[in-house]
Write a protein that binds this ligand. Structure first.
Ligand code: ATP
Ligand code: MG
Length: 646
C-alpha cells in the first residue's frame, strides 16, 4: 500500500523563549555547541574529560558497526565518579540524597554519608562472593538503600539489574533467570498508597524454581513479618554492622558492563539492554548538566522509579556524577492527598522537576486547585519524558506548574539510548509545545522514508540515529544477533528507534508514535499522538489512546479510548462532539469511527499507554503479553464492555 505522510496538528508555530535572566545565567549560553557537536569524536572526546579516569582512553571511539567501543583503553569506575571525587572539596558535606518516605519520614545523606554506606555495602557483597562481572538483582522500593545497592555494585564491577518493585514475582523471576543473578537485594515490603506490597514474599515465590541465586539481602522497611530462609536470606542492617569502610573502586574497562535493564515492555516482551561504564557515564553526565542547566545549589527531583532507565540515568548516575542534590520520593502522587508532589516541591524548595506526560495528564484530570494551593515559586525548570507530550498537556504544565516562568525540556530517548537524545538545551533552544525540539549536540538523528532516504523538512517518516553515541547500548544481554536484527537491520547502517516522527519547517522534531501503533487509513499514515492530542485538546478530555481497527474499505479505521476530566457529566452529543473536534483539528481522515469512554487506560508500570492491548480489544482478538501491565482490572473492564463482532 502506498504510504503517504501527512500534515497535521503538529504544526504549532509558536516559539517559547527562555525568560529574561535564564539564558544569561545558563550553563550553556552559546549555540555554537551545536556546531561543535558535528564532529562526533572531537566533541565527545572533550566531554570525556569531565569524568575522573584511572587511565585515560587510547581512542575516543572504535566503531565496528553495529558494535561501538567508546573511550577504548580507558579505565574508570561509575561509583567513584558519583562519590569519591566529590569528597575533596566543599561538596563533601553537601546533601547528595534527600529522601521523603510515603509516610512523611525523611533522611538526608551527604556525599560523605553515601560514600560510606556504599563502601560498606560493596564489602558486604564481596563477602558473599560477588565478583566483577557477577550479576545482582535489585528489587526494591524507592528508598536510599536502593541507590546504595546500585552504587555498591558499580563499585565492585558487578552489573546490577534493577527490577521495578511493582512487578509481580513472575516478571521478577524471568529477569533473574535471564540475567542469571547470584544475589538479590530486596526489602520486606514497600509502601504504596498506604498499603504494603510484599516484596520479600514475591522474591520467595520467584525463587521457588530458580537455582542461580545464592543470597538474598533484605532491607527492613515496612517491618511486617517475613520468612527468612536459613543460609540464603540475611538482613541488611545486620550484615552491614562492623563492616570496613574502606572499599577500593574496581578499575573497569570503559567497555565493561555497568548494568542490564529490561525495557518497559510497551510494545512486546522486554529486552535485556546492556550498558557499559565509560560511554554511558560521559553521556548521562553531559546531558544531565546541560539539559537541566544544573547549578550547585539546585534541588533536583526526578520522579521516575529507579526501576526505569530514567531512574538510572537521571536520578542516580547523571546527577550524582555532577555532584547534584537529588530528591527521592517513595510513594504515590495522591497519597495522602492529590497535592503530594506540590507539597514536596514547597517543602524542599525543589528547583528542577523531571516527570512524565502520564503524570501531567493525571494532574490535569484532578484540576489546578492542587498546585494552586502550594508555593511552587522555587521551581525554575521542568522536564518531561516517556511519551509524546500533548500540546495541551504541555501548556497546562507550563501554566499551572511552571507559572509561565520555567522552560520545559521535553526529552526524547529510550532505554537503549541510555541518555537523552532529543531535547532543548534550555538557555539556547526556543521551545514549541509538544515538540522535543532538536537533537542534543553530538547526536545525529534523522527521519527517513521506508527505503531509508532522508525525508525533507515538513514530512514524516521513521526516526533513526546515524552512527554511534556514547551512552548507546552495547548489546541485548546474551544475544548479539538479536541486537543487530532489532536495531541495525531495518535501514542500512543506521540505528532504528522504532518510532515515527515528523520534522517541521524549522527542523523541529515531533514524535508521532511508535511504528507498530501508527494507523493506516486509506493509505494515509496517521500518528497516534496526533489524534490523541486532538482529543486531549477538547476541554472535557483528560487522556486518550487511539488504535487502528481493521476496516474493509479503509484498511484501518481509528478507534479511540477516551477518559474525561473529573466530575464531567456525560451528555448524548458528547461522542459526536469529540469526533467533530478531531475533524476540526486534523481533518475528516482522522475522524474516529468509534469512541469509547473509560475511566482509565491500560498502562505499563512505567505509566505508558499500552496501545497493543487496546488494539487486541478493538480487533476482538486474544490478548498479547500482559506481564508489564500496571492494572489488569482496566483491561477486564474494557473487554467486558466492548463487544466487537468478528
Ligand atoms: P519496549 O521497548 O519494551 O516496548 P518502551 O519502548 O516503552 O518499551 P522505553 O525505553 O522506556 O521502553 O521507552 C522509550 C520509548 O518511549 C521511545 O521509543 C518513545 O516511543 C517513547 N518516548 C520516550 N520519551 C519520549 C518523548 N519525550 N516524546 C515522545 N516519545 C517518547
Ligand atoms: Mg522501546
Amino acid at each position: 500500500m502506498e504510504e503517504k505522510h501527512r500534515e497535521g496538528l503538529m504544526e504549532e508555530k509558536r516559539l517559547f523563549f527562555p525568560p529574561a535572566g535564564f539564558s544569561s545565567n545558563a550553563v550553556i549560553q552559546n549555540p555554537e555547541i551545536y556546531e561543535l557537536g558535528q564532529d562526533r569524536t572531537k566533541f565527545w572526546g572533550e566531554q570525556g574529560k569531565r569524568l575522573d579516569w584511572f587511565k585515560p582512553w587510547d581512542k575516543v571511539l572504535e566503531w565496528d558497526r553495529p558494535f561501538a567501543k567508546w573511550y577504548a583503553g580507558g579505565k574508570i569506575n561509575a561509583a567513584y565518579n558519583c562519590l569519591d571525587r566529590h569528597l575533596n572539596g566543599a561538596r563533601r558535606n553537601k546533601a547528595a540524597l534527600i529522601f521523603e518516605g510515603e509516610l512523611g519520614d525523611r533522611r538526608v545523606l551527604t556525599y560523605q554519608d553515601l560514600h560510606r554506606e556504599v563502601s560498606q555495602f560493596a564489602n558486604v557483597l564481596k563477602s558473599y562472593g560477588v565478583e566483577k562481572g557477577d550479576r545482582v538483582t535489585i528489587y526494591m522500593p524507592m528508598i536510599p538503600e536502593t541507590v546504595i545497592a546500585m552504587l555498591a555494585c558499580a563499585r565492585i564491577g558487578a552489573p546490577h539489574i534493577v527490577v521495578f518493585g511493582g512487578f509481580s514475582y513472575e516478571a521478577l523471576r524471568d529477569r533473574v533467570l535471564d540475567a542469571q543473578a547470584k544475589v538479590i537485594v530486596t526489602s520486606d515490603g514497600s509502601y504504596r498508597r498506604g498499603n504494603i506490597i510484599p516484596l520479600k514474599e514475591n522474591v520467595d515465590q520467584a525463587l521457588r524454581t530458580v537455582t542461580c541465586v545464592e543470597k538474598v539481602i533484605v532491607v527492613q522497611r515496612t517491618g511486617q513479618p517475613v520468612e527468612m530462609q536459613e543460609e540464603r536470606d540475611v538482613w541488611y542492617h545486620e550484615v552491614i554492622k562492623n563492616v570496613s569502610l574502606v572499599s577500593p573502586a574496581e578499575h573497569m574497562d570503559a567497555d565493561d558492563m555497568l548494568f542490564i535493564l529490561y525495557t518497559s515492555g510497551t510494545t512486546g516482551k522486554p529486552k535485556g539492554i546492556v550498558h557499559t561504564v565509560g560511554g554511558y557515564m560521559v553521556g548521562v553526565s553531559t546531558t544531565h548538566e546541560w539539559v537541566f542547566d544544573l547549578k550547585d545549589e539546585d534541588v533536583y527531583w526526578c520522579t521516575a522509579d529507579v526501576g526505569w532507565i530514567t531512574g538510572h540515568s537521571y536520578l542516580v548516575y547523571g546527577p550524582l556524577s555532577n555532584g547534584a542534590t537529588i530528591l527521592m520520593y517513595e510513594g504515590a502522587p495522591d497519597y495522602p492527598e492529590k497535592d503530594r508532589y506540590w507539597e514536596i516541591v514547597e517543602k524542599y524548595k525543589v528547583t528542577i522537576l523531571y516527570t512524565a506526560p502520564t503524570a501531567i495528564r493525571t494532574f490535569m484530570k484532578w484540576g489546578e486547585s492542587y498546585p494552586l494551593g502550594r508555593d511552587l515559586s522555587s521551581l525554575r525548570l521542568l522536564g518531561s519524558v516517556g511519551e509524546p507530550i500533548n500540546p495541551d498537556a504541555w501548556m497546562w504544565y507550563h501554566k499551572h506548574i511552571g507559572e509561565e516562568r520555567c522552560p520545559i525540556v521535553d526529552t526524547w530517548w529510550q532505554t537503549e539510548t541510555g541518555m537523552i537524545m532529543m531535547t532543548p538545551v534550555p538557555g539556547i533552544t526556543p521551545l514549541k509545545a509538544g515538540s522535543c525540539t532538536i537533537p542534543f549536540p553530538g547526536v545525529h538523528i534523522d527521519i527517513v522514508s521506508p527505503l531509508g532516504n532522508a525525508v525533507p523538512k515538513g514530512e514524516s517518516g521513521y526516526l533513526v540515529v546515524r552512527g554511534p553515541w556514547p551512552a548507546m547500548l552495547k548489546t541485548i544481554y546474551g544475544d548479539d544477533k538479536r541486537y543487530e536484527d532489532t536495531y541495525w537491520r531495518q535501514f542500512e547502517g543506521v540505528y532504528f528507534t522504532g518510532d515515527e516522527a515528523k520534522w517541521d519547517d524549522d527542523g523541529y522534531f515531533w514524535v508521532i508514535g511508535r511504528v507498530d501503533d501508527v494507523i493506516n487509513v486509506s493509505g494515509h499514515r496517521i500518528g497516534t499522538a496526533e489524534v490523541e492530542s486532538a482529543l486531549v485538546d477538547h476541554p472535557l478530555v483528560a487522556e486518550a489512546a487511539c488504535v487502528g481497527r481493521t476496516h474493509e474499505v479503509k484498511g484501518q479505521a481509528v478507534f479511540a479510548f477516551v477518559s474525561l476530566k473529573e466530575g464531567i457529566l456525560i451528555h448524548d452529543e458528547l461522542i459526536a462532539e469529540l469526533k467533530a473536534h478531531v475533524v476540526l483539528k486534523i481533518g475528516a481522515l482522522a475522524r474516529p469511527d468509534d469512541i469509547f469512554l473509560t475511566d482509565e487506560l491500560p498502562k505499563t508500570r512505567s505509566g505508558k499507554i499500552m496501545r497493543r492491548l487496546l488494539k487486541d480489544i478493538a480487533e476482538g482478538r486474544a490478548m498479547g503479553d500482559t506481564s508489564t501491565l500496571a492494572d489488569a482490572a482496566v483491561i477486564d473492564f474494557l473487554k467486558k464492555n466492548i463487544n466487537i463482532e468478528k
